[in-house]
Design a protein around this ligand. Structure first.
Ligand code: SAH
Length: 516
């Protein structure tokens, strides 16, 4: 038997400081390829949506019940999974080597003969500099920058950091992991000769919608920071550059900065909206009201039977990405492939549906410019008169096509290849946020989503009256449905899109701040 190497590979990759847009292209490529992703607690969970691999969090420190995994165990796990042939991404917050122990993992892989690559990331300090508005090395004020660990064993009396040297350092100091020791760090720096008036800042949750920046001096910052009850992860920045914030700050001025918005779209359609929210400075909270799943086993024979007659259809119509993938899954399960579609013209709604078709080797013949069933219906009514059309669809959805086509003398047959069903409950995270008032907005994008939202509130025992989350509706029809369920709608999109929902939230907030 020829020798075949089945060893996988490990990518030690930086995830960036928080904003999911700050991951590198290379790390994103590796995530797309990964079988397994082992990530640490600083990684933004939105990044895990870029992989189809299994994602597992490793935490060396205990935080709400997570078990302690030793560095040794992580190293062994990486080696074992790669030996089993897997493509493993070890995803670490910021940069994998900067205070990240990535180099220990690399050394262990090297020693075990496992192929690996290391992908740098935007480290928290540079993320914080740019998003808070400090240039650590502005040529007029600083000729160096030092990244320093502020974390030391609290049981040790003598400080291991050379504060004398730090106090003499000709530039900006950035302390990682130092929030709990902020008071001591400032005291030591002053004792070592740094002026009390040296500007200092704490940046917490840099590059995230929850970013907070507290400014002061070495003398005032400990008190100022404790008043704001800042939470880790935070950085301490010491140096003149802190004063530049007045001119360089931009992130906190974004129209949705600091605003959390619930996205009720089906999970697989949430990414576009979610990244728009991030780009506007907000925090998307993905909370689908509808989930998709395969059809029941008992429905499969009917699908197979339709496949036998595929050649009778002059048109196949796909209206969702999921419809395409489930159609081909069933087609392949029946021993067929794309050649079974040779006789039909193909229509698709939406560019992502068309792209999905392309991944199966099919170029759609017709994609309406407007992503709505009405546009497709009108076009087909003209082109498919007297012909047989097969509509590949979900168990539920808008039913405008049949009406439009029937009148035009088109023979429409429907093939349900996947199920749309209501989700049974909010996730525990969403319940907690709704109850504590830490979800500021939710966008409702259809009447049925509005009703389902009301239903899930009821199940979570949250009455509409006590709900502090504001509601934005996609249209007046959706607003009415919400209203009928006892929900108060704060604003309505002008143009029935998710972009419209976000615009409406922005205007509503502007109005509010004018009034207050
Ligand atoms: N490898 C990481 C650092 C890991 S050490 C990197 O390159 O960024 C963990 C420390 O990083 C935290 O204690 C905190 O000081 C800092 N940190 C990470 N993400 C941060 C963020 N978004 N905002 C502020 N500090 C952050």
């Amino acid at each position: 038997m020829p020798f075949v190497s089945v060893t996988g590979k490990v990518y030690l990759a930086g995830a960036g400081p928080g904003d999911p847009g700050l991951i590198t292209l290379r790390a994103a490529e590796c995530l797309a390829e990964a079988d397994l992703v082992l990530y640490d607690g600083l990684v933004n969970p939105l990044l895990l949506r870029r992989t189809r691999g299994i994602c597992e969090r490793t935490a060396r420190t205990r935080r709400d019940g997570t078990t302690i995994v030793s560095q040794q165990e992580i190293n062994e796990r990486l080696i074992a999974e790669a030996r089993a042939g897997k493509v493993v991404v070890r995803l670490k917050g910021g940069d994998p080597y900067i205070f990240g122990r990535g180099s220990e993992e690399a050394a262990a892989l090297q020693a075990a003969g496992i192929p690996f690559e290391v992908i740098p990331g935007v480290t928290a300090a540079t993320g914080a500099g740019e998003y808070a508005g400090f240039s650590f090395t502005h040529r007029e004020i600083s000729s160096a920058v030092a990244f320093v660990t502020g974390h030391e064993d609290p049981t040790r009396d003598a400080s291991r950091l050379d504060f004398e040297a730090l106090a003499r350092f000709p530039g900006t100091l950035v302390f990682y992991m130092g929030l709990n020791r902020l008071t001591e760090i400032c005291r030591h720096l002053i004792a070592a000769g740094m002026p009390e008036t040296t500007p200092a800042a704490v940046v917490c949750h840099a590059s995230l919608a929850t970013q907070q920046v507290v400014e002061g001096t070495l003398a005032t910052i400990p008190h100022a920071a404790s008043k704001r009850q800042l939470k880790p992860p935070s950085l301490i920045v010491v140096g003149e550059c802190v004063k530049q914030r007045a001119q360089l700050s931009w992130y906190e001025q974004l129209p949705l900065f600091g605003v959390s918005i619930g996205v009720t779209r089906p999970d697989e359609q949430a990414d576009d909206v979610s990244s728009q929210i991030v780009r506007l400075g907000g925090e998307p909270v993905i909370m689908p009201m509808i989930e998709v799943g395969p059809v029941a086993e008992s429905e499969v024979p009917a699908i197979q039977e339709t496949f036998e007659r595929l050649h009778e259809f002059q048109w196949l119509v796909f209206t969702s990405v999921n419809g395409v993938s489930e159609f081909f899954r069933h087609l392949q399960a029946s021993g067929r492939d794309a050649r079974a579609l040779h006789a039909a013209a193909i229509a698709a709604i939406g560019t992502s549906t068309a792209l999905k078709l392309k991944s199966f080797g099919i170029q759609a013949d017709f994609v309406p410019a407007e992503f709505r069933a009405e546009a497709l219906g009108t076009a087909l009514a003209e082109r498919a008169q007297g012909q047989n059309v097969l509509w590949v669809r979900a168990s539920r959805g808008r039913d405008v096509l049949p009406g439009l086509l029937q009148d035009a003398g088109v023979h429409l047959e429907q093939l349900v290849v996947y199920e749309n069903r209501d989700v049974a409950a909010f996730s525990s995270d969403v319940v907690a946020r709704l109850k504590s008032g830490t979800l500021q907005w939710v966008g409702l994008s259809s009447p049925s989503i509005a009703r389902q939202f009301a239903q899930l509130l009821k199940m979570a025992k949250i009455s509409p009256a006590e709900l502090t989350t504001k509601i934005a509706a996609i249209s007046s029809v959706t607003a009415r449905a919400a209203d009928d369920c006892g929900l108060t709608v704060e604003c309505i999109a002008r143009n029935s899109t998710w972009q419209g929902i976000l615009d409406a939230i922005v205007s509503s907030r502007r109005l509010q701040s004018h009034h207050s």
